[in-house]
Design a binder for this molecule. Structure first.
Ligand code: SAH
Ligand code: SF4
Ligand code: F3S
Length: 453
């Protein structure tokens, strides 16, 4: 194996990004070396996503492109990793001749063996899900990041079974990673100069390892690494722990930003979606967040056109979003997924045209809200962590505020990885434009500045 070059292409959520780094580590331990394009590779892995139909379509199209590469290069190996693995298994190998290896999210340790099977001329599949696997002892290798921000998985799987969602089927049961291994990984990131860590799970507030719950985990990681700032994704509104809000309010390096997926705005829809909270409970939670953490920035996920959605239910989603005034929202048209409760029990009966129209209305309203929120940012000061040069100009840097807003400003003598105090001068719906004031640090900035709400 050791002379082989590999390339991993990643689709889907941040968990998949984090998993690709685990796979990197496993392959490099075998002596294989990472390359940055499919054309250079002897082994191509596609880490796949099943969350919506269009996510899968993109992967299929990509695999077809790799088929032509395979024709030119006879010994090229193509593998499918991640959430599509379970669904396609043998099918993909027999029917489409596109893929040599299929590996599910809990079977990455088996990749070296599977590669050997392929070398011996067989197709190889392992899609077994596990009750224990957390890859706790594998240190992810971050080959494609910016060297400043990193993801750290703290748990795997999901037990929530929201009616629309395929994740419990692709990723299996929920399990938490030991605190010590999370602490070790973050301490290594700290030594390597990383400045921001987002801790990841499909449902982070169910984190529980021995007597450590999610609030305790956030307490421990942020206390031990005062110059790393921490975010987390995603919590579930049904049981968001209030002590965590107080901790975020007190601790300078816990970001004042919470992604809190609502999905919908009416009790009837939330019930149908099997999201066990009401509109009222959700809005009360948002109120508590804003009371306890003044100026907290909020984002959400919304689905338009779920089964049986009425015009009133759609309006309720619109009005919820209007009340909360999120700083960011990920908005989707419902896409039916096999095996889910919705696929088995409900009818995907909102016509495509209406789904699209409702989604467009939701997006349009949200863009206006973001623009208004960003307008209010003008003249405020923020601490920005520089992630790199701006996409539009080499003379500008880009990074994010504590509240997760993208900011661009003149480069001057600042560089990637610096914490820079900036003052906002202008805005669009997606970006703040600022002038840099001075290089700073988390401790310095929060000791001297009253953060404006
Ligand atoms: N565990 C995370 C969500 C992971 S999936 C959470 O609960 O917050 C990310 C988002 O994709 C979901 O929040 C939901 O808004 C959306 N999504 C999931 N299944 C979907 C489907 N079948 N169709 C459209 N959007 C979907
Ligand atoms: Fe899917 Fe719901 Fe689990 Fe999120 S909490 S991964 S939406 S089942
Ligand atoms: Fe997609 Fe799997 Fe993530 S379905 S969103 S890659 S958990």
């Amino acid at each position: 194996m050791s002379d082989k070059r590999f390339y991993i292409e990643t689709y889907g959520c941040q968990m998949n990004m984090a998993d690709s780094e685990v796979v990197n580590s496993i392959l490099m331990d075998e002596g294989m070396s990472p390359v940055h394009s499919a054309e250079e590779a002897d082994v191509i892995f596609v880490n796949t996503c099943s969350i919506r139909e269009n996510a899968e379509t993109r992967v299929w199209n990509r695999l077809k492109e790799f088929r032509s590469l395979k024709k030119e290069k006879k010994d090229l190996t193509v593998g499918v990793l991640g959430c599509m693995a379970e669904r396609i298994k043998e099918n993909i190998i027999e029917k489409e001749q596109l893929v040599d290896i299929v590996v599910g999210p809990d079977a990455y340790r088996d990749i070296p063996n599977l590669l050997k099977e392929v070398n011996d001329g067989r197709k190889a599949v392992n899609v077994l899900l596990s009750l224990e696997e957390t890859y706790a002892d594998i240190t992810p290798v971050r080959t494609s990041g910016n060297g400043v921000t990193a993801f750290v998985s703290i748990m795997r799987g999901c037990d929530n079974m929201c009616a629309f969602c395929v994740v419990p089927f692709t990723r299996g049961r929920e399990r938490s990673r030991p605190l010590s291994s999370i602490m070790d990984e973050i301490s290594q990131l700290n030594d390597q100069g990383y400045k921001e860590v987002t801790v990841l799970g499909q449902n982070v507030n169910s984190y529980q390892y021995e007597d450590i719950d999610f609030t305790k985990l956030m307490d421990e990681v942020s206390k031990a690494n005062p110059e790393i700032r921490f975010r987390f994704s995603s919590p579930h509104p049904k049981d968001f722990p209030e002590p965590l809000l107080h901790l975020i309010a007190e601790r300078p390096n816990l970001c004042n930003y919470i992604h809190i997926p609502a999905q919908a705005g009416s009790d009837t829809m939330l019930e149908r979606m099997r999201r066990p909270y009401t509109r009222d409970q959700y809005l009360k939670l948002i109120d508590r967040m804003r009371e306890i953490i003044p100026g907290v920035s909020l984002s959400t996920d919304i689905i338009a056109g779920f089964c049986d959605e009425t015009e009133e239910e759609h309006e309720a989603t619109m009005s919820l979003m209007k009340i909360v005034e999120y700083d960011l929202a990920y908005m989707f048209a419902y896409s039916e997924r096999e095996r889910t409760l919705a696929a088995r029990k409900y009818e995907d009966n909102v016509p495509e045209k209406i789904k699209k129209r409702r989604l467009t209305e939701i997006i349009k309203q949200q863009m206006a809200i973001q623009e208004k929120n960003n307008k209010d940012e003008v003249a405020r000061r923020h601490l920005v962590l520089v992630e790199g040069t701006s996409k539009k100009s080499d003379e500008q840097l880009s990074g994010r505020t504590d509240t997760n807003k993208m900011v661009v400003f003149d480069k001057k003598n600042f560089k990637k990885g610096d914490y820079v105090e900036v003052e906002v001068t202008d805005y669009t719906s997606a970006t703040l434009i600022a002038k840099p004031i001075r290089k700073s640090s988390i401790a310095e900035f929060y000791n001297q500045t009253v953060v404006t709400a």
